[in-house]
Design a protein around this ligand. Structure first.
Ligand code: TRP
Length: 329
């Protein structure tokens, strides 16, 4: 079985964009691949989170992924900082990573622009740590979106460079795992086209009914169709895209007809959309709460994930140390 690996940002909450975009695919591939999913808490230290918030955000995001269907019986689900082999590989790969290429990384340049007061070396070598996450399991497949493609390319460069320098094929070159049908784009509620946490237009799996209803009722619309069968403006098409994700075909057909004959009432559409989103997400929210409050379960999940991840990582590090030339006295 081939290995798939994905790193999960340790801050924020899962929104419907994450759920329909990547997560549902992660859940599906757990039977087809040897899967490693981890919370990238070390990466988050580049922005200096307060120690009080640090653990809490890891716990939240872990609970949300488990509630949404990542299965610790099938996949290795672990916390990055629980696997010291990642840090060891990071040191070794740093010797092969040139500062020039790191400084040219798009995400680094972006961060420098955004936070000129916090250009730390961890930020510069962020792609090296990410490469270590991947290469430490000799993973063949890493599903990433556009924004992480350059980082994955750098992981391939370091794999190639290591193999070339030490004359051994220790690392395969990890490829982007592109899901059948592509990643689904989930529109936001503000008419901007894409649901994301940065623009505050997202519906979160952990939102309660009141919050979801309020957000949906506030979604941007227009003044309504004036001619039968007129083309839909983007803001309305976005609502229909969401409806298609969470409602039945009958419901979608009903409102499409109403649009076509100009009798649509956006209030009704939104009410239905909110109700159907709730029907899908509230059971997940219930699970999130239950898992979050079950420390014994979480500690079991994390311990078994750690064990599996370290077994895999230490096997790689044996090969790495041998290739580099470490020898016992
Ligand atoms: N950088 C990724 C992000 O911001 C998270 C991540 C860290 C990751 N390590 C990884 C993703 C390894 C894939 C593989 O989303």
């Amino acid at each position: 079985m081939e290995t798939v690996l994905s790193g999960i940002r340790s801050t924020g909450h899962l929104h419907l964009g994450n759920y329909f975009g990547a997560l549902r695919n992660f859940v599906r591939i757990q039977d087809e691949y040897n899967c490693f999913f981890f919370i990238a808490d070390l990466h988050s230290l580049t922005t200096h989170p307060h120690p009080d918030d640090f653990h809490a955000s890891v716990k939240i995001i872990l609970s949300e992924y488990l509630a949404a269907g990542l299965d610790p019986e099938k996949s290795a689900i672990y916390i990055q900082s629980d696997v010291p082999e990642i840090c060891e590989l990071y040191v070794l790969l740093n010797m092969l990573a040139y500062t020039g290429e790191l400084e040219r990384t798009v995400t680094f340049k972006e961060k420098v622009r955004q936070n000129p007061d916090n250009v730390n070396a961890g930020l510069l070598t962020y792609p090296v740590l990410m490469a270590s996450d991947i290469l430490v399991h000799r993973a063949q497949w890493v599903p990433v979106g556009k924004d992480q493609e350059q980082h994955l390319e750098m992981a391939r460069v370091y794999a190639r460079r290591f193999n070339g320098m030490y004359g051994e094929e220790v690392f395969p070159e990890p490829q982007n795992l592109v899901f059948k049908g592509g990643a689904m784009k989930v529109p936001g509620l503000d008419g901007s086209g894409k649901m994301g946490k940065s623009n505050g237009n997202g519906i979160y799996l952990y939102d309660d009914e009141k919050t979801i209803t309020k957000k949906v009722m506030k979604a941007v619309t227009d003044s309504g169709p004036t001619e039968p069968d007129s083309p839909m403006p983007e803001v309305i098409a976005n609502l229909f895209t969401l409806l298609k994700l969470v409602s039945t075909q009958d419901t979608v057909d009903y409102f499409t007809e109403k649009w076509n004959d100009c009798s649509i009432r956006y209030g009704d559409l939104k009410k239905q959309l909110a109700a159907d989103i709730c029907k899908m997400t509230l059971p997940i929210k219930e699970k999130i709460d239950a898992i979050y409050n079950d420390d014994a379960y979480l500690s079991k999940v994390v311990a078994s994930g750690r064990e599996r991840a370290r077994a895999s990582a230490s096997a790689t590090m044996k090969l790495v140390r041998k290739a580099v030339g470490f020898k016992a006295f």
